[in-house]
Design a binder for this molecule. Structure first.
Ligand SMILES: *Cc1c(COP(=O)(O)O)cnc(C)c1O
Length: 400
């Protein structure tokens, strides 16, 4: 039996085991090999010419910047996770490169981009930096605008960018309403889908044209590689692919292999991140030092109803807000007292992380008024009882 195309009637966890295995090529070995390559040698000039003609066709070895079976296996699997709506996936050396590659593929000087106000900070820096210098204007919009986005779409609007839940503050967007309003005006939508991945939120099925995943996070899942992916429907795919090639983007075979390896355990890992995260979030919401927990699965999170309606579950990243009166030094004491949480950027690995965050400098539309300082947590695969005990001991450094 070969279930490599993993028919849609199989459930996602089953498909993750089979997708992109390329068994025939590996001669029965369970995982496809890591091809380290640059030059591809042709048998003859005729073969070389044929490869040049066919280089945009699947499975054509041409030059390793255009991938080898190692990268194709991961790209195929990412595409299949958005089936039947996706036409292809382009891999990038990081999530930030994937965001930039997707926007550069769709925008030109004179265009306007509608960007969600709580976007990942480097995405905002791209808009205010390279894109602005190229004559592409960005208008930021309230993450909770929903169908009201229609009123912001003008004659120069060429793309609407979503990120749900948003970085740092976790508002869950009304993705179907925004996607439908943009599509009615012929404007493509892109989403940064890193938090949920296509497993918990198949974005293209909800009307989005382009789904971006920082695979560095949950796809790789072990904090040991940088990788990004852009998965597009048939309307957007030719431009995404062409721009990716023109920008010289490619992912290393070792990193692509780690992405494929991560996919095999994505369903069990996300279930554990989600359950552990919710246990910690619920406990935090009962502590006197905590004013509000910004976890999409809790009613205290803006856009919670959209989460309940559209998402297949939560991952392990959320934030909480200290009560009024808890100051910055108290937050620092709290984080520095944690023993089981690392302090660091990125997330999505097996380990728990804590970070002091502040949305205020990276907001321009939706006013951010927190009562107290914010802490972002990534809940890893440890036993949540140990994490709760650690958080409890650290909270003792913060007066209620
Ligand atoms: C981390 C992250 C990215 C960028 O991914 P890198 O691989 O670190 O470049 C993009 N979007 C979101 C929401 C992220 O959290």
């Amino acid at each position: 039996m070969s279930a490599e195309d993993a028919p849609h009637d199989l459930r996602p966890a089953t498909r993750l085991v089979h997708l992109g295995r390329r068994r025939a090529l590996a001669g029965g070995i369970v995982n496809p090999p890591v091809y380290r390559a640059s030059t591809v040698l042709f048998e003859s000039t005729a073969h070389q010419r044929q490869a040049t003609r066919d280089r945009d066709q699947p499975d054509t070895l041409y030059y390793a910047r255009r991938g080898t079976p190692t990268q194709w296996a991961l790209a195929e699997a990412m595409t299949a996770l958005e089936a039947p709506h996706a036409a292809g996936t382009f891999l990038y050396p990081s999530g930030a490169a994937a965001v930039a590659g997707a926007l550069l593929a769709l925008l030109a000087p004179g265009d306007e981009l509608l960007m969600v106000d709580n976007a990942y900070e480097p995405t905002r820096a791209l808009c205010d930096g390279v894109l602005r210098r190229m004559g592409i204007a960005t208008r930021y919009y309230d993450p909770l605008i929903g169908g009201g986005i229609a009123e912001l779409i003008g004659p120069a609007t060429r793309a609407v960018f979503l990120e749900s839940p948003g970085s740092l503050s976790f508002e869950v967007q009304d993705v179907p309403a925004i996607a439908a309003a943009a599509r009615a005006r012929g404007v493509p939508t892109l989403i940064d889908n890193t938090w949920a991945t296509s497993l918990l939120f198949p974005a293209l099925a909800h009307g989005v044209d382009v789904a971006i995943t920082a695979c560095t996070k949950y796809i790789v899942g072990h904090s040991d590689a940088m990788l990004g992916a852009v998965t597009a429907n048939a309307a957007a795919w030719p431009r995404i692919r062409a721009a990716g090639h023109q920008l010289g983007q490619c992912a290393s075979p070792d990193d692509a292999f780690l992405g494929s390896r991560g996919l095999r355990t994505l369903a069990v890992r996300l279930r554990a991140h989600g359950e552990n995260g919710l246990a910690v979030a619920r406990w935090l919401s009962e502590q006197p030092q905590v004013a509000r927990v910004l976890h999409p699965a809790l009613p205290s999170c803006p856009g919670h109803a959209h989460f309940v309606r559209d998402y297949g579950g939560a991952s392990g990243l959320f934030a909480f807000e200290f009560a009024a009166g808890v100051d910055d030094p108290a937050r620092t004491r709290f984080i520095d007292a944690l023993r089981l949480f690392g302090i660091g950027f990125s997330w999505g690995g097996f380990e728990s992380l804590a970070l002091a965050v502040d949305p205020r400098p990276v907001r321009s539309v939706a006013d951010w008024r927190a009562r107290g300082p914010l802490v972002r947590l990534h809940i890893g695969l440890e036993d949540p009882a140990d994490l709760i005990a650690d958080l409890g001991a650290a909270l003792a450094h913060v007066a209620p």
